[in-house]
Design a protein around this ligand. Structure first.
Ligand SMILES: [Fe+2]
Ligand SMILES: [Fe+2]
Length: 268
């Protein structure tokens, strides 16, 4: 065996992440074509009514993580690792930077809402970047050209900058496209601080936290918490390293952390 095979692989350059060209553009284009076509106001309201009653099943947080581990995210150009490995890498990178324990826990849980896929929801209704519905789609949203297939684009109630919202109403009053972020936000709302909840709820809302779009809808609370969403983002993106940390040795730490903040059973 050559020594080369024993050394760590070079770190991936930051520009190499979210590179849809390299990741198989067709797969991801197709994903967003479907997502942008079907994520309408009516669709989002229907999904909220379906899932935010949390009457699917009760599971311990660990059982939910084990369950999630059977899923690979189709929208993500950077990862073909099991979900729990991505969660562990994200959390460990946050922990190594000395952040508070609730921030580490947020890293460890932030994609847990993807269990919706395992409850039978299609990936285009669970993963990928999110965007507001009920107002004009920003061209800052990834693959914005596909919004031409969305019936809300032709609806006069929705196809102007404010649409169904008031200026400065705040993101809490804005319906984002349905997915794992919003679902997990509601599930964990009783247990985590507001900064953590912002990270969870808006981590896929790149048009806002990265591109600065939709500022006409945000309020002072959103603006104050934007920096937390932005602080979280590099850990989500750049800790996707092909050399995974080992769960078995880290498990006791995360068990204690979950026990500190979460009940022994969560309702999904
Ligand atoms: Fe996510
Ligand atoms: Fe993630």
């Amino acid at each position: 065996m050559s020594l080369d095979t024993l050394s760590a692989p070079p770190e991936k350059a930051k520009e190499a992440y979210r590179d849809y060209e390299k990741a198989g553009i067709d797969r991801i284009r197709q994903f967003y074509q479907t997502n942008h076509r079907y994520q309408t106001v009516d669709f989002v309201l229907e999904k909220k009514a379906r899932w935010l009653g949390f009457n699917e099943r009760a599971m311990s947080p660990w059982a939910a993580l084990d369950f999630l581990n059977t899923l690979v995210d189709e929208s993500d150009p950077d990862i073909e690792l099991p979900q729990v490995v991505h969660l562990l890498q994200t959390a460990e990178a946050i922990r190594q930077d000395g952040h508070p324990d609730w921030f580490v826990l947020t890293g460890f849980l932030h994609d847990l809402g993807k269990v919706l896929c395992l409850f039978g929801e299609p990936q285009w209704a669970v993963v990928g970047d999110t965007f507001p519905v009920g107002c004009k789609h920003s061209d800052k949203v990834v693959f914005a050209e596909f919004f031409s297939d969305n019936p809300d684009s032709l609806d006069e109630r929705y196809n102007n900058p404010l649409g169904m919202y008031a200026a400065g109403c705040g993101l809490d009053a804005v319906h984002l496209s349905w997915g794992h972020d919003e679902y997990l936000y509601h599930l964990l709302k009783p247990y985590l601080p507001i900064e953590a909840l912002y990270m969870i709820r808006y981590h896929s809302f790149y048009a806002w936290h990265r591109e600065g779009a939709y500022r006409h809808l945000t309020n002072a609370q959103d603006e104050a918490n934007l920096r937390w969403v932005q602080a979280f983002n590099p850990y989500d993106l750049y800790s996707k390293n092909p050399n995974p940390p080992v769960m078995a040795t880290l498990r006791p730490y995360y068990e204690d952390l979950m026990a500190k903040y979460l009940p022994s059973t969560l309702r999904f």
